[in-house]
Design a protein around this ligand. Structure first.
Ligand SMILES: Cc1cc2nc3c(=O)[nH]c(=O)nc-3n(C[C@H](O)[C@H](O)[C@H](O)COP(=O)(O)OP(=O)(O)OC[C@H]3O[C@@H](n4cnc5c(N)ncnc54)[C@H](O)[C@@H]3O)c2cc1C
Length: 221
């Protein structure tokens, strides 16, 4: 997979702190006059007080290449976001190059039966199209492993929530890998907002009930 941050609110920390400061001033303050100490203080207060709506003013757009349709199905459950995904109605899936989980790659028999099925699926997809079945109907045979590309836009508040759920060890390896990469990219451009973002066990006790907790808090790593 490849994950790129292709667009974001300029200086996201400043933009969010500016929105917060505006709540307490008679006139909208000059954004550029805020020094780094003030930005840090305001954003720390915001995090402590729970007035998280101000970080919604910072928005981030990612291009994610070569992930599975299984991942994007999990991803789009996050509703406070915008998505544009490669269409299987308009794009020919002539060579769908499956995403193969490591558990399958590491097992000779599992790899053999997996690859065998993928080849059959590709063949049947091509045969359906050769029989004048439209792409949009031929695609019904394609598996969750099919590679896809997606553009995602989320604001910082939704990203915080997304990282809490998807950087957690309970999230599946593929979406967790993508979320970890997205978080690193966010930290590069917005180090204050995203300072403590990630799995909740980095910040305190695991919120899961004991049966669902992985039992290995990341703050001990
Ligand atoms: C480890 C893991 C396992 C999972 N397993 C399953 C599973 O087995 N089956 C399954 O179906 N799903 C599963 N999910 C998906 C999960 O149930 C959520 O759909 C997904 O994580 C999106 O989270 P969300 O609804 O909190 O957030 P988002 O859609 O990202 O929304 C963010 C927040 O906005 C608020 N919000 C958004 N929409 C509404 C609304 N309509 N009404 C009120 N408040 C709203 C909520 O506070 C919400 O937390 C799993 C997720 C994880 C991380």
């Amino acid at each position: 997979m490849k994950v790129e941050l292709i667009n974001h609110t300029p200086d996201p920390d400043r933009a969010a702190a500016h929105a917060a400061l505006n709540c307490y001033r008679e006139k909208i303050p000059d954004k550029e006059e805020m020094d780094n100490g003030l930005i840090l203080d305001i954003l720390n207060q915001i995090k402590d007080s729970g007035h998280h709506s101000v970080i919604e003013h910072a928005s981030f757009t990612f291009a994610v290449h070569g992930v599975s349709r299984a991942l994007t199905h999990q991803l789009v459950r996050h509703r406070l976001a915008s998505y544009s995904q490669q269409s299987q109605r308009y794009v020919d899936i002539d060579d769908f190059q499956p995403v193969i989980p490591e558990s399958i790659l590491d097992d000779e028999h599992a790899s053999e039966i997996f690859n065998d099925l993928m080849e059959k699926i590709q063949k049947i997809y091509n045969e359906l199209k050769d029989s004048d079945i439209h792409k949009e109907d031929a695609r019904y045979v394609l598996p969750n492993a099919t590679k896809t590309n997606i553009i995602i836009t989320m604001n910082a508040r939704e990203l915080w929530h997304f990282f809490s759920l998807r950087c957690c060890r309970r999230a599946q390896w593929e979406i967790r890998d993508m979320a970890d990469r997205m978080l690193e990219l966010c930290k590069d451009v917005s180090p204050i907002i995203f300072e403590n973002a990630g799995a909740p066990c980095l910040r305190g006790p695991c919120p899961e009930i004991p049966e669902f907790s992985c039992g290995k808090p990341m703050r001990n790593d």
